[in-house]
Design a protein around this ligand. Structure first.
Ligand code: GDG
Length: 728
C-alpha cells in the first residue's frame, strides 16, 4: 500500500539532551502547529531534522532517539552536523532565502559556500527519504529549506506523487531575480506535481518567475515540464479551529480573566504574540504604541499592552540585535509613559504554554498583528477562533497573507505608525455588537477552512493532478520503445513520413524568417531522402515560398499553409481546398489593436489565416493580452467558419476547413499499402495529423502537453538524435 510522507526542515518534536537524559517537546511555529493536527489525525510519516547537532549526541543515545521518534511520533529524523546547521540552516535558509523572500534585500547574504551547504543538505534529506519510499508513494514537502528536494525525488522515481507547499511569501520577480541560484531553485521545484501558496499574489509571482527565469510557457496556473503538468494553486492555511474554539470553557475564561485582570488592574488589554523575527514588525509596533499613548493621554493607565515574543533562531546575529532593539524600545516606552502602579508594555521573551496562550487570547480586547511581511500569520486566526464569545478586535497588517482572508479585521499598513495608533483607538472603542458582527463572519470562514480542510484540499488536488499525469497515454520514445521503433522503421519496405517544420525539425527562433535549416538538418534530410523506401513530406503552417526556398533541392513533397497548398517535387503547387479570406478584413484590425498594445508582438498574414506571434514579448503582458484576444476573437467569430488555435507562442485564426489532417489525407489514400506511416509535430495544428492516423501508425509529439500522438520526445534535438540513429 502506498503511504504519505510529510517532509519539513524541522520535525514537530524538538529534542534536548541534558545529562544523558532526552527530552521531547512539541515544536512551536506556524508549520509545526498547523500540520501537527493533520499528522496526528492520519497515517503519515514525518521526515525532518530533530533540532540536534548530531556530533553532540552520544552514540548510545542515537538508536533510542530514532526508535522513540519513529514509534511514538511517526517521525524519521535527518541528522545535521554543526557545519550543516551553520551553513544550511542558519546560513542559506535564514540569511539568504528568509530575508530575500520577505523583501529584506539589504540584509540578504549571497554566499556560494552557503549555497553549497544548502544543496548538500537537500541531498541528505533525499538520501534519508530514499531509504523509506516505495513506488507510488505520496510526498508532501514543506517550505523554503527544501526547494531542491522535489526534483531530486522525481529524478529518482517518476511514479511518486510530489506536492510542495511554501509557507512564506514568494517575492516578486524583481526580488527573486537577485538570487544567483534562481534557476536551480526553480528547477528544483519543477519536480513537483502541485506547488501550493498561501495567496494568489505569491502564486502569481512564482508563475512570473517560471516564465521569465526558466522561459517555460506557463499558461494560467500551470506549466508543462518534462512530460508533466505542474499545477500551481492557492491554499490559505487554516488552523485547528475546534481545538482553539473549545480550549477554554466559560468557567476557565472567567477564572483566567479574573487572574490576569487583577494583574492588569482591570485595564483594557492589547496583546501581541510572535516568534522573534525582524519580519514581524515588532519595533515598529512598539513605536506605534508609544505614539498611541502620546496622542491619547486619556488612555494612560487604562490600557495594558502584553507582548509575547517566543525565542527563535537565537544563533543568528540579526536576531540577537533585534532582541536588544526591542528591549530598548520597550524600556524607553515604559520609562516615558509608565507610572508607579502601571507598566504600559509587559514584555515576555519566552514561549507560553498553549492553555495560557488561549487564556490571553480570551483576555485581550485587541490583538495587534503588524508584520512587515508574513506568509500567512496563524496567530491572527487563532485569536479569533479562541473566542467562543466572538468578542475582541483584530488589527492586522495588509502585508500578512491572512489579510486576504480576514477582511473584517481592521487592516493597517505596518509602516504607518499613525494609522496603527488611530486604529488602536478605533479597536478599543469598538462597540461589542460590531465586534460580534465582524467576528461572526471570520468564525464561519475559519471553522470551514480549517487545517484539516486545508490539508485535504491540498491532497485532493495533488491526487487529481497526479491521476491526470498518468492518464496521458503518450509514451516517451526511449529505451525499449526506441529500439522497437527503429526496428519497425528498418524492416519496412516502404515508408510514408510527415514532418512538421518549426519546433520539430528546428528550434524556434524569435524571428520566423531566421529559423532556416542548418547543416545538420540538411545532412539528415539528404540521407533520409536518398533512401528510395522513403516518401517524405514537410507539412507546415508556413507559406509556400518559404518551403520552396529551403526544400526545393530535396526529394520531398511540400505541404504549406497548414495543408492548404500541396506540391510534389518538380511539379506545380495545387490548392486542396477553395477558401475565402474576406473575414480577414474584419478580424485584422482587432489583432492589430492588440499588436499595438503589446510591444514585441506581430501579425503574420497567410492566405487562409492570421497569426498573432508573441514570442518576443514580456511573458506576463503577453499572457494577459492573449486571454483578452482569445476571448474577443471567440466572441466575434462565433457565427463564422473559423478556428482559433493556440500554437507555440502564437495564436492563429484560420479557416476551419483547412487543417494538416486534411492536408495529408490524399497522400494517405494513395499509399494505403505502405506499412510504416509516421507523423511528427509539436503543436495543436499537428494534432489533426495524429488524429487521422490509424492505431498501428507512428506519431510523435515533440515537447510536452496533451496529445493524441502515440509517442513523445522532449525537443527537436532529441528528435534529431533519433533521426541520426535511423539513418545510421
Ligand atoms: C510560518 C510563516 C505562516 C507563538 N508563540 C507561542 C506559540 N506560538 C505559535 C502560534 C502560532 C505559531 O507559533 C506562529 O505561527 P505564524 O503563522 O504566526 O508564524 P511563523 O512561525 O513565522 O510561521 C507564517 C506559517 O508558517 C504557516 O504557514 O503563517 O507566515 O512565517 O501557531 O500559536 N505557541 C505557544 N506559545 C507561544 O509562546 N504555545
Amino acid at each position: 500500500m502506498s503511504k504519505t510522507i510529510i517532509v519539513s526542515n524541522r520535525l514537530p518534536v524538538n529534542i534536548t539532551i541534558e545529562q544523558d537524559k532526552v527530552y521531547y517537546k512539541e515544536s512551536i511555529g506556524g508549520l509545526a502547529t498547523g500540520l501537527k493536527s493533520f499528522h496526528e489525525d492520519g497515517n503519515t510519516l514525518w521526515v525532518g531534522w530533530d533540532g540536534l547537532d548530531c556530533e553532540d549526541v552520544p552514540e548510545n543515545l542515537k538508536m533510542p532517539i530514532y526508535n522513540e521518534l519513529q514509534s511514538q511520533y511517526n517521525c524519521i529524523p535527518v541528522e545535521l552536523s554543526s557545519d550543516d546547521i551553520n551553513d544550511y540552516y542558519l546560513g542559506f535558509c535564514n540569511k539568504t532565502i528568509w530575508p530575500l523572500f520577505h523583501y529584506f534585500q539589504n540584509t540578504t547574504v549571497f554566499d556560494p559556500h552557503l549555497w553549497n551547504a544548502y544543496k548538500q543538505v537537500n541531498n541528505k534529506f533525499f538520501e534519508e527519504i530514499k531509504k523509506i519510499i516505495k513506488k507510488n508513494d505520496t510526498i508532501w514537502i514543506h517550505d523554503y529549506q527544501l526547494f531542491l528536494l522535489p526534483e531530486l525525488l522525481r529524478n529518482h522515481d517518476s511514479t511518486l506523487t510530489i506536492g510542495f507547499f511554501l509557507h512564506i511569501p514568494f517575492p516578486s520577480y524583481e526580488l527573486f531575480r537577485q538570487l544567483p541560484w534562481r534557476e536551480e531553485i526553480l528547477w528544483g521545484l519543477t519536480g513537483s506535481d502541485l506547488i501550493g501558496f498561501h495567496t494568489f499574489d505569491y502564486a502569481r509571482h512564482f508563475i512570473s518567475s517560471i516564465r521569465r527565469v526558466l522561459s517555460l510557457d506557463a499558461k494560467g496556473q500551470s506549466f508543462y515540464h518534462k512530460d508533466r503538468t505542474v499545477l500551481v494553486d492557492v491554499f490559505p492555511m487554516g488552523i485547528d479551529y475546534k481545538k482553539f474554539n473549545t480550549a477554554i470553557n466559560e468557567k476557565d475564561i472567567l477564572h483566567a480573566n479574573n487572574e490576569y485582570a487583577m494583574k492588569t488592574r482591570g485595564n483594557q488589554v492589547v496583546l501581541s504574540v510572535d516568534r522573534l523575527d525582524y519580519t514581524k514588525g515588532i519595533p515598529e509596533r512598539i513605536k506605534a504604541v508609544d505614539l498611541f499613548f502620546t496622542e491619547n493621554s486619556d488612555y494612560l493607565e487604562k490600557v495594558s499592552f502584553i507582548m509575547i515574543v517566543a525565542p527563535s533562531r537565537s544563533d543568528v546575529d540579526t536576531y540577537n540585535m533585534l532582541l536588544k532593539e526591542i528591549e530598548e524600545l520597550v524600556s524607553h516606552t515604559n520609562g516615558k509613559h509608565g507610572t508607579i502602579g502601571w507598566t504600559p508594555i509587559m514584555f515576555f521573551y519566552k514561549p507560553f504554554p498553549f492553555e495560557e496562550l488561549v487564556s490571553l487570547y480570551n483576555l485581550a480586547d485587541v490583538l495587534l498583528v503588524t508584520p512587515l511581511r508574513d506568509g500567512m500569520n496563524l496567530v491572527a486566526k487563532e485569536y479569533i477562533a479562541s473566542r467562543p464569545d466572538k468578542l475582541g478586535t483584530l488589527i492586522l497588517s495588509e502585508t500578512a497573507g491572512a489579510a486576504t482572508e480576514l477582511g473584517e479585521a481592521l487592516i493597517v499598513n505596518p509602516n504607518d505608525l499613525q494609522m496603527i495608533s488611530h486604529q488602536l483607538k478605533v479597536a478599543l472603542e469598538m462597540p461589542k455588537r460590531e465586534q460580534i458582527e465582524r467576528n461572526s463572519i471570520l468564525h464561519k470562514r475559519l471553522e470551514r477552512y480549517n487545517i484539516f480542510f486545508w490539508a485535504s484540499e491540498f491532497m485532493r488536488k495533488l491526487r487529481s493532478i497526479h491521476l491526470r499525469q498518468t492518464s496521458i497515454k503518450s509514451i516517451l520514445l526511449k529505451d525499449q520503445e526506441e529500439i522497437n521503433f527503429i526496428k519497425a522503421y528498418k524492416s519496412a519496405e516502404k515508408r510514408l513520413i510527415f514532418f512538421d517544420y518549426d519546433g520539430t525539425l528546428v528550434m524556434f527562433n524569435n524571428s520566423p524568417s531566421k529559423a532556416v535549416p542548418d547543416l545538420e538538418l540538411k545532412q539528415i534530410l539528404t540521407k533520409l531522402t536518398e533512401d528510395p523506401k522513403n516518401i517524405i513530406s514537410i507539412v507546415s503552417g508556413r507559406q509556400k515560398e518559404f518551403l520552396e526556398e529551403h526544400f526545393n533541392s530535396f526529394n520531398v513533397n511540400l505541404i504549406a499553409n497548414h495543408g492548404l497548398s500541396f506540391k510534389e517535387q518538380n511539379k506545380e503547387w495545387i490548392e486542396t481546398e477553395i477558401v475565402h479570406n474576406d473575414w480577414q478584413k474584419e478580424i485584422r484590425p482587432i489583432i492589430q489593436m492588440f499588436t499595438d498594445n503589446t510591444p514585441g508582438s506581430f501579425i503574420e498574414e497567410k492566405t487562409f489565416s492570421l497569426a498573432w506571434h508573441y514570442r518576443r514579448c514580456d511573458p506576463d503582458l503577453s499572457s494577459l493580452r492573449l486571454n483578452d484576444l482569445r476571448e474577443t476573437l471567440l466572441d466575434l467569430t462565433r457565427t463564422m467558419n473559423l478556428t482559433i488555435m493556440d500554437g507555440n507562442k502564437v495564436l492563429e485564426v484560420k479557416d476551419s476547413s483547412v487543417n494538416k489532417g486534411k492536408g495529408i489525407q490524399s497522400m494517405l489514400i494513395h499509399h494505403t499499402d505502405v506499412p510504416f506511416v509516421l507523423a511528427v509535430g509539436d503543436d495543436h495544428t499537428d494534432e489533426d495529423m495524429f488524429h487521422i492516423l490509424s492505431e498501428k501508425d507512428y506519431s510523435i509529439k515533440i515537447g510536452t502537453g496533451k496529445t493524441e500522438a502515440r509517442f513523445h520526445l522532449p525537443d527537436p534535438s532529441s528528435f534529431r538524435a533519433l533521426l541520426n540513429k535511423i539513418i545510421e
